[in-house]
Design a protein around this ligand. Structure first.
Ligand code: KIV
Ligand code: ZN
Length: 554
């Protein structure tokens, strides 16, 4: 089944969300899924439904809302994306995956079982024969619910190829329609991985009737090269994440594979369905929501990916852009015309501009975003596309406003103790005021917030970034924190019996970096509070305010 179309399987919401600290709320997941659908992703792996009821619910919501054509658009230019849920090779996981994805017009169950000697012996404690048997049994079980079944032999990169041919052949006989070959620990080189895929294409019985997929990790920095080598050897599905986020060093980055195929068309002679002009925007959204910054020199979507600093390069560029540019910035959606809105822009223009950027906010959210935009426009003359996205992402990213910032004043410098006075609006709609000292203004601000919120935590990461250039640039702050007292349940990962303490990311933007820091810290704390269950179970912003109030009044 080899054609010239490479299916893009995005696992940002599953493998990507397994990045330390990348916990996303269900609202953020839904927004990202919507963006992935707009981007033209063929398959969205929306999560690991067996991890928790919340994970199942988030996948179900994506299946319902992104995995079905809108009622008013009977005929879409392209089919809605397939919505996929991951399951270990056991009935309970497969039941949960089906429960979540069955609402999509095109559901898929993805089940996996390790095949490398080290995983079979130490992790699974299973004989190779048992692995073959379990694979056939569980693929057939998944098939009893869903026509579209994907199977992955985990750690295929370190598995015996002969054993893989056997396992994969059994998976095909049991009904698998896609066979995904993961280099789970990012161990292989492009030559080895390409040869592994060629061997599978040649020796697996029935392989001509299924799609072969590749899934690489970047531990040795070879994920993109390995993925492309696998595609050249005949794979027609690439499993990737936006910005390459994922376990440890991450997964193969979507934008790198897609742009390599597009830019080197003569080399690969292949196509994808991705609208590359949406790459930058989607990258920014994922970075804003996950709190994982994109390194400036990251290929395709890094801030410097199209910057020419050296005089010789600038001179060349002025003479002919192709001297130093293999892709035009507009091909990946790097806008040359930065100015979008100003102080006098009205609500209508604001809404239209957001729609242009791919955001369709509900009335209440739109009102809040417009208010924030006006506040910003009072302080910043030129509002760029990036500023606007940061404001909206910031808002979507903070749906659980149990505590919100109502006022902040800091005194710092070399003449006294850095002091912050913070005023927060609490869940009972009351105002709380607290002053604290610290090693600097940010530390003092966080201490004052801690005094009010009383949720013991350890700050794991704090970073500040200027979104645009100039003295009035918006400061973007990202924090990541972890609950201290063990009151938050640990996070279950798809690998057998592995749990990890949960971390929570927060994102805040403002022209004042201390205010942005306070907002980011509160955003992360609010997520932590929600996870702790202290304010009941909350879901959307409107519901949150209500639930929190009811809990406090109860
Ligand atoms: O890396 C891996 O092996 C995985 C599988 C679950 C496909 O993510
Ligand atoms: Zn993986």
């Amino acid at each position: 089944m080899q054609d010239d179309y490479v299916r893009i399987f995005d696992t940002t919401l599953r493998d990507g969300e397994q990045s330390p600290g990348a916990t996303l709320t269900s609202v953020e997941k839904l927004e990202i899924a919507r963006s992935l659908a707009k981007l033209g992703v063929d398959i969205i792996e929306a999560g690991f439904p067996a991890a928790s009821q919340d994970d199942l619910e988030a996948v179900r919501r994506i299946a319902v809302e992104v995995g079905n054509p809108p009622a008013d658009e009977a005929e879409l230019a392209r089919p809605v994306p397939i919505i996929c849920g991951l399951a270990r090779a056991n009935k309970k996981d497969i039941d949960a995956a089906w429960e979540a994805v069955k609402h999509a017009a095109r559901p898929r169950i993805h089940t996996f079982l390790a095949t490398s000697p080290i995983h079979m012996k130490y992790k699974l404690k299973m004989d190779p024969e048992e692995v073959v048997e379990r694979t056939a049994e569980m693929v057939a079980y998944a098939k009893s619910f869903c026509d579209d079944v994907e199977f992955s032999p985990e750690d295929a990169g370190r598995s015996d190829p002969e054993f893989l041919y056997l396992v994969l052949g059994e998976a095909i006989k049991a009904g698998a329609t896609t066979l995904n070959i993961p280099d789970t620990v990012g161990y292989t080189t492009p030559e080895e991985f390409g040869a592994l895929i060629s061997g599978i294409m040649e020796h697996t019985p029935g392989i001509e009737n299924v799609i072969v997929s590749v899934h690489c990790h970047d531990d040795l920095g070879m994920a993109t090269a390995n993925t492309l080598a696998g595609i050249q050897a005949g794979a027609r599905q690439a499993e990737v994440t936006i910005n390459g986020i994922g376990e440890r060093a991450g997964n193969t980055s979507l934008e790198e594979v897609v742009m390599a195929i597009r830019t080197r068309r003569q080399m690969y002679d292949l196509e994808t369905g991705i609208d590359t002009t949406l790459l930058t925007r989607t990258s920014r959204q994922v970075s804003n929501f996950t709190g994982i910054p994109v390194q400036p020199n990251k290929a395709i979507v890094g801030a410097n990916a199209f910057a020419h600093e050296a005089g010789i390069h600038q001179d060349g560029m002025l003479k002919h852009h192709e001297t130093y540019e293999i892709m035009r910035p507009d091909m990946v959606g790097v806008s040359q015309s930065w100015l979008v809105l100003g102080k006098h822009s009205g609500r209508h223009a604001f809404k239209a501009q957001l729609a242009e950027l791919g955001y369709e906010l509900e009335q209440e959210e739109l009102n809040r975003a417009f208010k924030r935009f006006k506040e910003l426009a009072d302080r910043k003359k030129v509002i760029t596309e990036a500023d606007l996205e940061a404001v909206v992402a910031d808002q979507i990213s903070q749906p659980h406003e149990i505590f919100s910032l109502d006022g902040l004043q800091v005194a710092c410098g070399t003449m006294g103790m850095p002091t912050a006075t913070v005023r927060l609006r609490g869940p009972d709609d009351q105002l709380y005021i607290q002053a604290a000292i610290g090693t600097g203004p940010v530390d003092a601000t966080f201490s004052a917030i801690d005094e009010i919120v009383k949720m013991p935590n350890t700050l794991q990461e704090y970073s500040v970034n200027a979104i645009t250039e100039g003295i009035d640039a918006i400061g973007e702050v990202t924090v990541r924190l972890q609950a201290d007292n063990g009151s938050i349940p640990q996070r279950k990962l798809p690998e057998q019996n592995v749990s990890r303490p949960r971390t929570f990311g927060g994102h805040g933007v403002d022209t004042d970096v201390i205010v942005a820091s306070a907002k980011a810290y509160l955003a992360a704390l609010n997520k932590l509070l929600v996870a702790s269950g202290r304010y009941g179970k909350v879901e959307t912003s409107a519901k949150i305010a209500r639930t929190a109030k009811e809990t406090v009044n109860a």
